[in-house]
Design a protein around this ligand. Structure first.
Ligand code: VTB
Length: 313
């Protein structure tokens, strides 16, 4: 079943309104306030839509009483049933400090087609290729680089690998360094990090490393429309995290998920820029209007582009 094309514009409006709401808090050194503004606006906009949308990745569980909690039903309940994953403010530090790369992100699929991800870390890998066996979470760093180098017909020194700059990645960074590859180390925002493999213009050949699980599912839904490769493995640090995962239906805690196990069927992905970053420009004020850019994909329609929108101030 395909998602009606009319929904793309509607979800662009959702992320755009959320972006505008947090724009007023950009550079105010208050991550929570910027996040809350985006969450509130996103929830208000989602509730206006003709749909029965279930939040499968949200801002936490019901008992902690957040808005956009996992399991919350949104929309006027008069339309199709969707699964919705949200990251109303991806890059809270970026927004709080007025740094590049703050986004507001949503992914939508038909009911039961989007993975119900726990809020744990995820070991991820993405690349712009369709075949299995070239890169893999289970391969060594060296094997991944040599295979990709052969596949792309580029020497390792011409390959660029993007990953979060974290102490936990020290060993990987050292290995990549020894292999002579170029690094693109990002401080936050690994949804857009993973998406940098989608187009040659971003100059990233491989994205890998440990980041947020929810961010992995969001990125995977866009990567699917680009026919890119993605694998993710959730990492559980505590008994509590395993218990939550078990309640979400996860039985094998060591499972490596392929892209089509994370998102299947049709999907829509929207990421609107708040501050300018690699994939979209941030909000610009022009006379009496806000100008926004949204990176969108709609799988069944083959849509993958940047949409510019304007809203009266
Ligand atoms: C990433 C990144 C987020 O968290 O998932 C990262 O995309 C992972 O967590 O923007 P750590 O910061 O603990 O490494 C963010 O940086 C913040 O949510």
């Amino acid at each position: 079943m395909t998602i009606d094309a009319k929904y793309l514009e509607k979800f662009v409006k959702v992320t755009s309104k959320a972006a505008i709401a947090s724009y007023f808090l950009v550079g105010k050194k208050d991550k929570l306030a910027a996040d809350k503004a985006a969450v509130d606006a996103m929830r208000t906009e989602l509730n206006k839509l003709d749909m029965q949308g279930k939040v499968v990745i949200g801002e936490g569980s019901l008992d902690k009483a957040p808005m956009l909690y996992t399991g919350e039903i949104l929309g006027n309940r008069k339309g199709p049933k969707f699964d919705i994953a949200v990251d109303p403010l991806e890059g809270t530090n970026f927004a709080a400090n007025n740094l590049p790369g703050a986004l507001t992100v949503i992914a939508v699929a038909n009911e039961s087609n989007l993975f119900n991800a726990p809020e744990t870390y995820m070991d991820k890998i993405s690349a712009n290729l369709n075949e299995r066996g070239v890169v893999d979470l289970d391969f060594s760093i060296k094997k991944n680089i040599y295979n990709l180098s052969e596949y792309k017909n580029k020497s390792p020194s011409m390959l660029t690998v993007c990953l979060l700059d974290r102490p936990r990645h020290k060993k990987i960074i050292d290995k990549l360094n020894a292999l002579g590859v170029k690094l693109k180390l990002i401080t936050d925002g690994d949804v857009s990090g993973a998406l940098l493999v989608t187009n040659e213009k971003y100059n990233v050949d491989l994205f890998l490393g440990i980041g947020g699980g929810p961010e992995g599912v969001l990125a995977a839904s866009a990567l699917d429309t680009f026919n890119c490769f993605f694998q993710g493995k959730f990492l559980f640090d505590s008994i509590e995290e395993k218990e939550i995962a078990r309640n979400l239906g996860i039985k094998d805690f060591n499972k490596k998920y392929e892209l089509n196990e994370i998102v299947s069927g049709d999907s829509i992905f929207c990421a609107t820029g708040i501050t300018s970053g690699d994939i979209v420009d941030g909000i610009k004020k022009n006379n009496n209007e806000f100008e926004l850019e949204t990176f969108v994909t709609h799988k069944s329609m083959g849509v993958r582009k940047i949409i510019k929108t304007k809203y009266k101030i």
